[in-house]
Design a protein around this ligand. Sequence first.
Ligand code: GLU
Length: 282
Amino acid sequence: MAFITRFAPSPTGLLHRGHAVSALTAWSAARAAGGRFLLRIEDTDFTRCRPEYETALIEDLAWLGLDWETPVRRQSDHRDAYDAALDRLRDLGVLYRCFRTRKELMALAGVAPHGDDPPDAQAFAGGPLEPDEEAGRLADGRPFAWRLSLAAARDRLGGFEHLTWTEETAGPGVRTARPEALGDMVLGRKDIGAGYVIASVVDDALQGVTHVVRGEDLIPATSIQRVLQALLDLPTPVYRHHPLLLGPDGKRYAKRDGSVTIMALREAGVTPQELRAELGFE
Ligand code: GLU
């Protein structure tokens, strides 16, 4: 069986040890299977991504000893493909315009308007507006996001119970999509067009990815991506969600903690061999 996997970072900051684990896990899996390893730059959100982070991550990965096929796919060069998928979902009647601000959503969900969104906050998106109210807001030029209507998607697909994927790492077995936990997710915005969730699904199919190897923080997104695969008639790869690396404080590594970036380790004189060994790779 063909084996094609990828590492798909978003250049919103410098890579840290957690990214190194993801990249090394995917790269090693491709090597072990005699398969192919791709690097994909997921930079559709130009409000958060920066070219210097892309340059830095390529240097970091090469320093770690990874190699990948070229040309590297940069999503900002292919917006039309993702916007076309968004259009298709709109034509299927499974999207609606959401005019609510983050603050309004938080209030609807009954949570404080600061800090990270609780996992279920999105579930309170509130659904589509009445047609005349929507027409009024459109006429006022109010900004909006496109949300996936889970109710409409469920009707269209005849339920979600038959939407499964094979999970090979995190609790191996057949998993069933449970998109309700994330609610009516934002799939596109006026400024950036189609966002990460769609772009990733479209590219995995387009690049023939057979195995998605990534951190288990993305298991909830997999449920939504499985729904999108069904709506867009795209194949479902096998998934391997690996455990997240925890820091000394027991919390997961995050980009905001500048002290543990790979660049900082390089500058401190750590060798790639040392870092690979520390992370459990040869
Ligand atoms: N671009 C995503 C991130 O940096 C990863 C997406 C994926 O591996 O599917 O979190």
